[in-house]
Design a protein around this ligand. Structure first.
Ligand SMILES: NC(=O)c1ccc[n+]([C@@H]2O[C@H](COP(=O)([O-])OP(=O)(O)OC[C@H]3O[C@@H](n4cnc5c(N)ncnc54)[C@H](OP(=O)(O)O)[C@@H]3O)[C@@H](O)[C@H]2O)c1
Length: 249
């Protein structure tokens, strides 16, 4: 996706951003947008080739990007991500917790291993990265945190038990961060999209892809949030849906 030349003011010039799940889908779009707005972007995900492809395409269009292969369920990998970012780019200004894991199962069919994996990716890693970045943000009086949850983090979706509960938890985590940081230049949002046209959008059976959000539409909302004035409080919950419900009935 090309976010270059869309009339930007490069308002994030020099900011250091970490984007998890940057190997494709929404994360790749967010990383490209951040780089186009002038941020230096660190991309984290497991698939090294895909991650490097996204980083290369950002560099080819004049952006600054570093790929750090990371499994966000692995504490050593998370520590390495923080360390590499600080060493190569400096303190973190923007954290985008976008990596996600979803199993379409009701509670009775969800194994404990599936609960653990869902929470490790969707909640625990986000808490780790926010906790690691917050002290520098507080000291510098600037920080932006974008947690990508889901409409299932706002509504109750019984067929999506672990995912739904984990995204509600991510929403609560975001509010904990925002409520504790009103006065020191830090803004946190939990962006809750409906279906988006990525691999994950097809996890739920029966949804009509014609009515899905496009990655660019979600990215544009996040860009808008990042460019709100210092004095503007919006959210932290940002629900983003399509005008037409992709589910039949
Ligand atoms: N698509 C939708 O309909 C939809 C709707 C609402 C919310 N969301 C949320 O949007 C976010 C992005 O998803 P997407 O739609 O862009 O789907 P996607 O294309 O499947 O992307 C998922 C991303 O998460 C990364 N990831 C998964 N497990 C990981 C792990 N253990 N360590 C590091 N990275 C991991 C994947 O990278 P690797 O495989 O390379 O590790 C990939 O980059 C997710 O949080 C998802 O819950 C999606």
């Amino acid at each position: 996706m090309n976010y270059v030349g869309r009339g930007l003011d490069r308002g994030l010039r020099g900011r250091v951003a970490v984007v998890t799940g940057g190997s494709g889908g929404i994360g790749a779009g967010l990383a490209a947008m951040l780089a186009d707005d002038g941020a230096r972007v660190v991309l984290a995900a497991r698939r090294e080739d895909a991650l490097e492809r996204v980083a290369t395409s950002i560099r080819e269009t004049g952006g600054v990007a570093l790929a750090v292969p990371t499994d966000v369920t692995d504490d050593d990998a998370l520590a390495n991500l923080i360390e590499r970012t600080r060493t190569e780019f400096g303190p973190i200004d923007i954290v985008v917790n976008n990596a996600g894991y979803a199993v379409w199962k009701p509670l009775e069919q969800t194994s404990i291993a599936e609960w653990d994996r869902t929470f490790a990716v969707n909640v625990r890693a986000a808490a780790y990265l926010c906790a690691a970045a917050l002290p520098d943000m507080q000291e510098r009086g600037f920080g932006r945190i974008i947690n990508i949850a889901s409409e299932a983090g706002v509504a109750i979706v019984p067929g999506f038990a672990a995912y739904c509960v984990s995204k509600h938890a991510l929403r609560a985590l975001t509010e904990v961060i925002q409520n504790g940081n009103h006065t020191n230049g830090i803004k946190a949002w939990v962006v809750c999209p409906g279906f988006v046209d990525t691999d994950m959008g097809f996890v739920v059976p029966g949804a009509n892809p014609k009515d899905f959000l496009q990655v660019e539409e979600v990215v544009d909302v996040v860009r808008f949030l990042l460019h709100t004035g210092d004095n503007v409080k919006l959210g932290p919950e940002i629900l983003v849906r399509t005008m037409r419900n992709p589910m039949p009935g």
